[in-house]
Design a protein around this ligand. Structure first.
Ligand code: SF4
Ligand code: F3S
Length: 373
């Protein structure tokens, strides 16, 4: 359908967003997903049709409710409007106003009447130790609840790092035997949207794709949508030119830190973490609201085996040494000889890997160490 033929008034009224804002959002998601032109209109049509809203069963296990909180605080367009109108949120243990057996009965009824049609969202880890007694809701363990809800789901989404692989609950020694939904539901396809918290736009984009095309978007080997988790943070980070030039912060508050230098030597895990934080950021307020943007190293919250596993002070494995070509070539800001991008990349990587490995130890021995320039 051409944009001019589409009646946006119903969407504007139902979602409480302007036509422009709504189309901008759909176009942004379509572009991020790498979809051809026309996909934004297909998404707009899908959202405009109330009959295409999938029922959603939303479970909570071991977690802090960060993913739901992050979703509810998103704006532009009012994503809480979009999510509540894009889907039919029939069961959500945090947002439901009802409680107890009444709500549990509704959940079972929705699942029975919508077999093969509902979307299952799992938030939080699932404790497996001692027959799963560490998390029970309505008299059933999270293990039983998740198995039951997954059986007839049209699609399963694990939202947040806890649901994706166990998150902080699964950190050693993992006394409750916490795992993520993919580990519990072995053999079933589970799309994971990891992050602590995850970016709400990654969830919305994935659900929008599902509502539009009736299937989930392409995923990587860890179940993450490729459109959102296809690149390392290190590839898009705007401190990357400093990494390539060998300019590092060595202590919080030192000169390098104040100047916005690379945080690699403070333990940044951006070089081994896949996520789109540098491009999407958080809270829609602009101004670089994401961990590295506000001066804290990425701790790999969305990467199983890195976040909550590797100590913050340990150095990341650098998976790629080639600088992205979107950044300007690196010159010497102090007026010395310009440095070519490739030479600086090799130097930066070498500094990161060879010198950086000893930086923390030597810093302890000699506080007068130069700031890494
Ligand atoms: Fe950015 Fe971290 Fe990479 Fe440095 S190491 S460029 S701060 S992602
Ligand atoms: Fe998490 Fe690192 Fe992004 S800590 S929010 S993956 S910058």
């Amino acid at each position: 359908m051409a944009e001019s033929d589409f009646d946006f008034s119903a969407v504007e009224k139902r979602l409480g967003v302007s036509r422009r804002t709504f189309l901008k959002f759909c176009s942004g998601v379509a572009a991020s997903l790498g979809l051809p032109s026309g996909a934004a209109m297909a998404m707009a049509e899908a959202v405009a049709d109330p009959k295409r809203r999938p029922p959603v069963i939303w479970l909570h296990g071991q977690e802090c409710t960060g993913p739901s909180e992050s979703l509810l605080r998103s704006e532009q367009p009012s994503l809480e409007h979009l999510i509540l109108d894009l889907i039919s949120l029939d069961y959500h243990q945090t947002l439901d106003t009802g409680a107890g057996h009444q709500v549990e009965d509704i959940k079972k009824q929705v699942m029975k009447e919508n077999q093969g049609k509902y979307l299952l969202v799992v938030e939080g880890a699932i404790p497996m130790a001692n027959d799963g007694i560490f998390c029970k809701i309505g008299g059933e363990t999270m293990v039983e609840i998740t198995h039951e809800a997954a059986e007839h789901a049209a699609a399963i989404v694990a939202f947040g790092s806890c649901a994706s692989w166990g998150g902080v609950q699964s950190a050693a020694p993992n006394p409750t035997g916490a795992v993520g939904a993919p580990q519990l539901l072995e053999g079933k396809t589970v799309v994971t949207i990891p992050g602590c918290p995850p970016n709400p736009a990654n969830f919305i984009g994935t659900v929008l794709y599902f509502v539009t095309y009736g299937k989930l978007p392409p995923i990587d080997e860890k179940g993450r949508p490729k459109w959102a988790y296809g690149r390392l943070i290190h590839e898009n980070c705007y401190r990357r030119p400093h990494f390539d030039a060998g300019r590092f912060a060595l202590e919080f508050g030192d000169e390098g830190h104040r100047k916005g230098y690379c945080l690699y030597k403070l333990g940044c895990k951006g070089p081994e973490t896949y996520n789109n934080c540098p491009s999407l950021e958080f809270n829609n307020v602009g101004g670089g609201v994401w961990p590295v943007g506000v001066g804290h190293p990425c701790f790999g919250c969305s990467e199983g085996g890195v976040g909550f596993s590797k100590p913050l002070f340990s150095l990341a494995d650098v998976k790629t040494h080639t600088p992205p070509n979107m950044f300007p070539s690196i010159d010497d800001r102090e007026g010395n000889t310009p440095v070519s991008t490739s030479a600086a990349a090799i130097a930066g990587a070498a500094v990161g890997l060879a010198v950086g490995a000893t930086a923390m130890a030597s810093k302890k021995l000699d506080k007068k160490e130069p700031d890494g320039e």
